[in-house]
Write a protein that binds this ligand. Structure first.
Ligand SMILES: NC(=O)c1ccc[n+]([C@@H]2O[C@H](COP(=O)([O-])OP(=O)(O)OC[C@H]3O[C@@H](n4cnc5c(N)ncnc54)[C@H](OP(=O)(O)O)[C@@H]3O)[C@@H](O)[C@H]2O)c1
Length: 227
């Protein structure tokens, strides 16, 4: 499948690298290819400069946002959530129309420690994206775990859960197929219903950041136990 991952950070790299290793035809979208390849400083997450990752993942082509949009039959949003609407506008509403848009981004104000949500309670980034690009078939998922766990849930022992939400059932089924390819089994995937479910799972993040402090690691997930 032709897949465009929008975003060159640790999430974009983890998702693009895994999809390519699974045999998909993957591009990564960035604002400016030369500038991204020319960066030498580590990222804010501590990730190495993009060029280093690129040298080891030459099957994933780095292209401008709009070219990524025209390549992808499925588009993955892995951009900084504070600017995802601008980034997706640069990908192009026409390039998003009719396509599954998997939204992993979080609307975080990173000037605060721990980060605060920029939108909550009555709205969410997932909903904002669906409203801004009404012809895209937005599915919110994977944002509740660390990038490496998104694409390889077996890094953690036992059963643990992942959420998804979106208006379009066929889009959710296509997304589930990719989740299965990553290793998420059907029984751990929890469908929160329509795109309003995005506000519920995005609002897990304050607890997520509290848990990173309490546990001293980002390598964890939650497991739902039913009575
Ligand atoms: N890190 C995790 O494990 C994790 C877990 C759950 C959810 N998330 C969420 O996943 C998303 C990606 O996280 P990340 O740490 O991989 O990367 P990030 O640093 O949050 O975002 C990097 C991407 O955002 C783009 N970007 C930054 N400013 C922009 C602007 N003004 N206009 C357009 N695009 C802009 C960058 O474009 P360039 O390529 O041009 O620089 C880059 O592609 C975020 O929303 C994050 O909150 C992350």
């Amino acid at each position: 499948m032709k897949i465009a991952v929008i975003g060159t950070g640790m999430v974009g790299r983890a998702v693009a690298g895994r999809l390519a290793s699974l045999g998909h035809d993957v591009v990564i979208g960035t604002r400016n290819v030369e500038r991204t390849l020319g960066r030498t400083d580590p990222e804010h997450t501590g990730a190495s400069p993009y060029a280093e990752w690129h040298r080891n993942n030459l099957d994933v082509r780095l292209v401008p946002f709009a070219d990524a949009g025209s390549h992808g039959e499925i588009i993955v949003n892995a951009t900084n959530g504070a600017v995802s609407l601008q980034a997706l506008a640069a990908v192009g509403a026409d390039n998003l129309a009719g396509k599954v848009l998997i939204d992993i981004a979080l609307p975080l104000d990173r000037s605060e420690t721990p980060p605060m949500l920029l939108v909550a309670n009555t709205d969410s980034l997932g909903e904002q994206i669906q409203r801004a690009f009404p012809q895209a078939r937005v599915v919110k998922t994977l944002h509740t775990v660390l990038a490496d766990i998104m694409v390889d849930p077996a890094r953690l022992p036992g059963n643990h859960n992942i959420f998804l939400a979106g208006e379009d059932e066929a889009a959710k089924n296509m997304t589930k197929e990719l989740l299965r390819e990553f290793g998420w089994r059907d029984e751990v995937i929890i469908d929160l219903g329509g795109i309003k479910g995005a506000r519920r799972s995005e609002m897990y993040m304050p607890l997520f950041f509290a848990l990173t402090s309490a546990l001293g690691t980002y390598e964890f997930n939650i497991a739902i136990v039913k009575g």
